[in-house]
Ligand binder design. Structure first.
Ligand code: BGC
Length: 741
């Protein structure tokens, strides 16, 4: 055992020295950090590697260590906090660090600003359905400014975990099932949070999480085992993390899960070899909540000391919430299990980020704005309303939408007037009393007297008399708008489900109002993809509103009234039933592909009684208009490796409404060295067309974007034949092909 430990220490040192070249700013930050480290005691250095939640802070995991945090700050044995609830408290803790600790090293404060700080945007899965990269970046800029004004330096976002399993509640925090789109969104969020200048008091540090592959837990159960081939990991899961590193994110969070048998927080291949040596990451890695200590439960560490040692040697800089680093760090160094050189290395990366944030210049520059000027700015609320509208996805509509002026609406359901639920899980410092609900949005747009509101039922339990009251309201109205689905408590962390249908109590509402003969529009509030067979069959229209954020109500009113035209497209397949999970459009063919969706040949890859296809595929989304795709032209039928493939397509708005749509380009590598997906997204463009207008869209796909992981794990594109499709979802039929020479 001893020899093994020494070997690891030696390896840690050798490997650290091969890190890629640094930028001028990074060099300056590291120089500063190194000088400071010379003055620090071992305990002070270890302190920089420890993060705690203060006693009255937000708890986002099983209760952590209960320490006297003020004493720890004075002694320099803590370098960071998460979950501090107020600006005053942030400033108070910082003041202790600056004025009462020996070296006055500023604390770095981090928190989960996932889809907004005060002004809450739709949950991330929803936001990704806008396919609007600029809008996502704008969201992150707004969130950063509010967060910095609140007093935080650092957000634990973007979540870059690809997931195709709707049983897993955390799909709400990500960008869905596709690595290409996920990478674009991750990079945009990093750019938005960090801006051009990390030291500005309007920008904050981003944190790429959860490294790695947290979105693939077995059976969709949170925290569960992740096991996959490296080829699969590199092709499907790595791209968003990689793009976020490339965009300059200065921190990364290790994930809870194990990866190839080693918990991520003790996984040196992930934290060092891949992240730093291969991807060139130069910031610091924080563990997820108590994830260092949890190596004991994983069964790979004997105790807290062993766990701390494994984390440190894996190149994990900061221990969140538990305290094993500060408790055992000194002993580990004294016993020679971890070298002081390794501690210096871990510490300098933390100090360098603090330096880049400008905290050594002015530790109080964040959190000293006049809050009222920064939070909930009207122009930011307007952006949140627009993004919410762009995120919503129209799944079906038999013509009932849009609603005419002065339509009398029976607005029914547990999400219709649910200010807390609409801001969703991980709502930052969002306040329910600032939510503009669907009820308020519709009253403002259609007139208060035209909206009859009835809650009808709770999420999972009927309300006494709720059905009867709903039926009475429906009878008095022209149309029923049924706002149903899952609340915020069934979205996000630790909310895995094995049933993904709308709960029975709410389905009973649908059945009851349907019997009145009135038209029924279902608004589905959810943070995950769901099995909607029942709703699609019974309702006249279904619009997925997600948990739409502070401005969900006005955004819904914009769409139902036709003031805006729905334009969101799914970034996660909505399965036919839960038994298909995980399901994603970019699956492989297998050696026995089913010949067609209706072919029932026995020895083919299919279910006996259930389709292979989801109910709604990736990329799907309707509009009040109809967009036609035609004239696909491959402008470069043959292209050199390293060149660019150009493909054009004509899009026409054939409907009577102006609108926006998302043109999507999919590619298939016909014969490859390893098995490849049937289709992969390799380009998209959001466009807007007036009724009757058409235009030509040209896609330029660098052949480098067609690279994939080979048998020897090299990542490159191959020469050969490719198929290409363009259209409004992943089942697009307009087809062409090209050859890479
Ligand atoms: C979550 C992280 C989060 C952290 C801090 C954990 O439980 O997995 O996503 O950033 O808590 O709140």
């Amino acid at each position: 055992m001893k020899r093994f430990v020494f070997a690891l220490v030696a390896f840690a040192m050798v490997a650290c020295s091969t890190a890629p070249q640094m930028t001028k700013e990074e060099k300056e930050a590291y120089k500063f950090a190194d000088k400071l480290i010379e003055k620090m005691t071992l305990q002070e250095k270890l302190g920089q590697l420890q993060q705690f939640t203060p006693k009255k802070g937000v708890i986002t995991g099983p209760a952590g260590e209960k320490r006297d945090v003020e004493l720890a700050i004075r002694q320099g044995t803590v370098g960071s906090f998460l979950g501090v609830k107020t600006t005053d408290e942030l400033n108070r803790l910082q003041k202790i660090a600056i004025e009462e600790s020996r070296l006055g090293i500023p604390l770095i404060f981090g928190y989960d600003i996932i889809h907004g700080c005060r002004t809450i945007f739709p949950e991330n899965l929803g936001m990704s359905c806008s396919w609007d990269i600029e809008a996502v970046e704008q969201y992150a800029r707004i969130a950063a400014e509010e967060t910095a004004a609140f007093g935080y330096h650092w957000t634990f976002s973007p979540m870059c975990d690809i997931s195709a399993d709707p049983r897993w509640g955390r799909v709400s925090e990500g960008a869905g099932e596709d690595p290409y789109l996920g990478a674009k969104i991750a990079a945009a969020m990093v750019r938005g949070y960090q801006g051009e200048d990390l030291s500005s008091d309007k920008t904050i540090a981003a944190c790429i999480k959860h490294f790695a592959a947290y979105g693939a837990p077995q059976a969709g159960r949170d925290y569960h085992t992740v096991d996959m081939s490296e080829v699969m990991f590199r092709n499907r899961y790595l791209p968003p993390y990689k793009a976020a590193v490339k965009a300059g994110a200065v921190t990364v969070m290790s994930s809870f899960n194990d990866f190839m048998g080693v918990p991520a927080s003790g996984n040196r291949w992930l934290m060092h070899d891949l992240l730093r040596e291969e991807l060139g990451f130069k910031g610091f890695v924080v563990s997820d909540w108590a994830a260092v200590h949890e190596m004991i439960a994983h069964g790979t560490a004997a105790d807290g000391k062993d766990a701390a040692m494994q984390g440190m040697l894996a190149h994990l800089n900061m221990d969140m919430a538990h305290g094993d680093y500060i408790t055992y760090g000194e002993e580990l160094v004294k016993e020679g299990k971890v070298s002081e050189k390794t501690i210096n290395e871990l510490c300098r990366e933390v100090l360098a980020v603090k330096y880049q944030l400008g905290l050594f210049d002015n530790p109080f520059k964040y959190g000293c704005h006049n809050h009222d000027e920064v939070m909930y700015r009207p122009e930011n609320l307007q952006v949140a309303r627009e993004v919410a509208a762009k995120s919503m996805v129209l799944l079906s509509n038999n013509g009932v939408l849009p609603l005419a002026e002065k339509t009398k609406i029976a607005l029914i359901g547990p999400l219709a007037d649910a200010p807390r639920d609409q801001i969703g899980a991980w709502q930052g410092f969002g306040e329910a009393n600032h939510s503009v609900t669907i009820k308020k949005g519709l009253e403002d747009r259609f007139g208060a007297k035209n909206v009859i509101y009835v809650k009808g039922s709770d999420f999972r339990a009927p309300i006494k008399g709720g059905i009867e009251e709903s039926v009475r309201a429906a009878r008095k109205a022209d149309v029923v708008v049924l706002s149903i689905g899952l609340g915020y408590k069934e979205s996000g962390e630790a909310t895995s489900l094995t049933e993904i249908t709308v709960p029975e109590a709410q389905q009973a509402l649908l059945d009851a109002v349907k019997k009145t003969g009135k038209k029924v529009v279902v608004l589905l509030g959810t943070g995950r993809a769901m099995d909607l067979r029942n709703e699609i069959e019974k309702a006249d229209a279904v619009l997925v509103t997600w948990h739409g954020g502070t401005m969900e109500g006005p955004a819904v009113a914009d769409l139902l009234s036709g003031d805006k035209n729905p334009s969101g497209h799914l970034t996660m397949s909505f399965p036919y039933c839960v038994g298909q999970a995980p399901i994603h459009y970019n699956m492989k063919t297998t050696g026995r592909p089913r010949k067609s969706p209706t072919n029932n040949a026995k020895y083919s890859s299919r279910y006996m009684y259930t389709p292979n296809e989801p109910l709604f595929p990736f990329g799907y989304g309707l509009s009040y208009s109809e967009f036609e795709y035609s004239d696909l032209q491959v402008l470069t039928p043959e292209v050199e490796l390293g060149g660019e493939v150009k493909i054009s397509v004509k899009v026409t708005n054939k409907g009577k409404y102006d609108g926006e749509d998302v043109a999507q380009l999919y590619v298939r590598d016909v014969v490859a060295e390893t098995t490849r997906p049937m289709r992969e997204l390799k380009g998209f463009e959001r466009f807007s067309l007036k009724a009757g207008e058409s235009k030509v869209i040209t896609f330029e796909v660098p052949t480098a974007d067609l690279a994939y992981c080979h048998r020897d794990l090299s990542f490159k594109a191959d020469a050969g034949e490719f198929k290409v499709w363009v259209g409004a979802d992943s089942t697009a039929e307009l087809e062409g092909n090209f050859i890479i020479k």
